[in-house]
Structure formats: structure tokens, C-alpha cells
Design a protein around this ligand. Structure first.
Ligand code: CP
Length: 313
């Protein structure tokens, strides 16, 4: 199989295990291209124009997509809502249709509204990649997280992975749960009761509110940021108290006397959900996750643009 089963990457929920394996197979090839000392570029998407539409802030995802597109030799247009006519009241669909009228071939979009990409996909002809839709999904983050874990641990079948922190507001949590389970991993979500949605057990994950027990159980811990910007009420008394009960620090890890792979999608709140000596430790693969993000996004762009038949190396 050399093509994805989907036209758009809206979420991990809609893609198959074979899709994930195909993306990883291509990402391994692109990782090798990116590690070349010179000429970290292929002509694969020459002549293809891709627009990156960011209606929400981003550092890693926006730069990673732009680099992936440029490494594939695509033409790139960047759109930021803050400096656009969205500020004058233009609708999402009008904005996108105007951009597509300028002969754009693919869209990458981050939007604060869950489902914005599903809506657009019903009204446009070009492929759209979800770079994060509110609290819903962030599929390329989950793909790069699982790819990084596989590179570190081998097959994820039966591996125990904890997702720790603000589960309620995290699109990374939901996409990771779908991706990890499709790859055969066991998942525990851990956080304060107010930040773990009650129906989450319907996704066949274990739920814990005890950080020590969760860390004792897992092979790897994906530690999430407290998303204060999405919290309309106060879900815990103070950041200080959160750090005390749910912050992962070195004394806690040392006391477990076991090896745990430490992950974080970024941006990190040092001293809140993770201490600096853990984030910067030899157990952390945080920067490898970022590095793999470019290869994963190259793979997704390449496959959605038409797959193996079109490739020129
Ligand atoms: N991980 C992630 O989505 O980071 P950015 O918000 O900086 O893109």
C-alpha cells in the first residue's frame, strides 16, 4: 500500500493502523534525508503550493510544517489570523475560498474551534491537514510522539504509556490516546479529578489521580501543559499546589528506581508540570520529538499530495 485511506488528515480517529505505519515508513526515510550533512531537501513537491493558516499561536507546529514543506521543495504561503481580514469580520469559509482562488493546492490549519477542519473539508476540494483544532485533535503531534516512542522503545505493542496533566483541555491527549491504542499500547491518563473528563474511561484508558502510582506503572510519561488560556473557571487552587501534587521532578523520578522515557509536546511550563532537571535530563526525548516532527510532517504532506508514484528523489 502506498497511499493513505483518507484525503484529509482531520484526526487520528479517522485513520487506520496501515495509514500510521505508512506515515512512519516514509518518516523514517525523510528522517534520513534531514540528517544528511548537506542538501537536506528533496524535489518531491516541486510545483505544489501549500498555505499554512494559523488562527491560534504556535511555535513548533507552524515552523515544523513550514520547514517540512520547504524540505519537500513546495511553495509556501503563511497566513496569521492576527494580521488578516478575519479581523474585519471575514468568515472562515470566505477566507479559505479566497486563498484557494489564488491556486493553492493544500492547506495546513490550526483553529481554536473543534471541528473547523471537518466543516471545511465538506466545502473545499484540496486536502486539509489539522494542525490542532481547539481541545479536539492534534494528529501530527500524536504521530510524532508515537514515532519518537517507537524509535526509543521499539514496537509499542503492550507498552505502558501515561499521559499526565491537563487532559480536559488537551487535543494532544485525545490524539495520543487514539494513536497509542491503534499501535497496541496501554494508556493511563493521570491528573487532578477536575482536569480529567469523567467519560474518558469510554475510550478504554485507565484513569489515575495518583502521580507516583502512574509513574511507577509506566514505561513512558507524556507530560502535558496546564492550558490556562482555555480555562474559564479555576480547576485547582494555584500553580504552586498543582506542581506539588502533579509536577514531575527529579526527586520523584529518582525515588522510583526505574527508567521512564519523559516526553512533553511543548511549550513547557518549567517548574509547574515538569522541573528543569527532568526536562533537560537524559531520560527526556522532548527535543527528539521536535526533530521528528519535521520528518512526520514531510511524510504526511507527501502522502496526501499523491503518494509514491509522484516522488522524484
Ligand atoms: N506542540 C505544539 O503544538 O506546540 P506549538 O503550540 O508551539 O505549535
Amino acid at each position: 500500500m502506498s497511499q493513505l485511506s483518507v484525503k484529509h488528515l482531520l484526526g487520528i480517529e479517522q485513520i487506520t493502523i496501515s495509514d500510521i505505519e505508512l506515515i512512519f515508513e516514509n518518516a523514517r526515510y525523510f528522517k534520513e534525508v534531514l540528517q544528511r550533512p548537506l542538501l537536506r531537501k528533496v524535489p518531491t513537491l516541486r510545483g505544489v503550493t501549500i498555505a499554512n493558516l494559523f488562527f491560534e499561536n504556535s511555535t513548533r507546529t507552524r515552523i515544523s510544517f513550514e520547514l517540512a514543506e520547504k524540505r519537500l521543495s513546495a511553495d509556501v504561503v503563511n497566513f496569521s489570523a492576527a494580521a488578516s481580514s478575519v479581523k474585519k469580520g471575514e468568515t472562515l469559509l470566505d477566507t479559505v475560498n479566497n486563498i484557494l482562488a489564488m491556486k493553492v493546492d493544500m492547506l495546513v490549519m490550526r483553529h481554536p474551534s473543534p471541528g473547523a477542519h471537518h466543516f471545511l473539508s465538506q466545502h473545499i476540494d484540496v486536502s486539509i491537514i489539522n494542525a490542532g483544532d481547539g481541545t479536539h485533535e492534534h494528529p501530527t503531534q500524536a504521530l510524532l510522539d508515537c514515532f519518537s516512542l517507537q524509535e526509543k522503545l521499539g514496537s509499542l505493542k503492550g507498552k505502558k504509556i501515561a499521559i499526565i496533566g491537563d487532559i480536559m483541555h488537551s487535543r494532544v491527549a485525545l490524539s495520543n490516546i487514539f494513536c497509542l491504542q491503534k499501535l497496541g499500547a496501554k494508556v493511563t491518563v493521570c491528573g487532578p479529578p477536575t482536569l480529567v473528563p469523567k467519560p474518558i474511561h469510554l475510550l478504554n484508558v485507565q484513569v489515575s489521580h495518583n502521580l507516583r502510582e502512574t509513574l511507577q506503572w509506566c514505561d513512558a510519561a507524556n507530560i502535558l501543559r496546564i492550558q490556562l488560556e482555555r480555562q474559564d473557571i479555576q480547576y485547582f487552587p494555584s500553580l504552586r499546589e498543582y506542581a506539588l501534587f502533579y509536577g514531575v521532578d527529579k526527586p520523584m523520578l529518582d525515588s522510583l528506581q526505574k527508567e521512564i522515557v519523559i516526553m512533553h509536546p511543548g511549550p513547557i511550563n518549567r517548574g509547574v508540570e515538569i522541573s528543569s532537571d527532568v526536562a533537560d535530563s537524559e531520560h527526556s526525548i522532548i527535543l527528539q520529538q521536535v526533530e521528528h516532527g519535521v520528518a512526520i510532517r514531510m511524510a504526511v504532506l507527501f502522502l496526501l499530495a499523491g503518494g509514491i508514484d509522484e516522488v522524484e528523489n
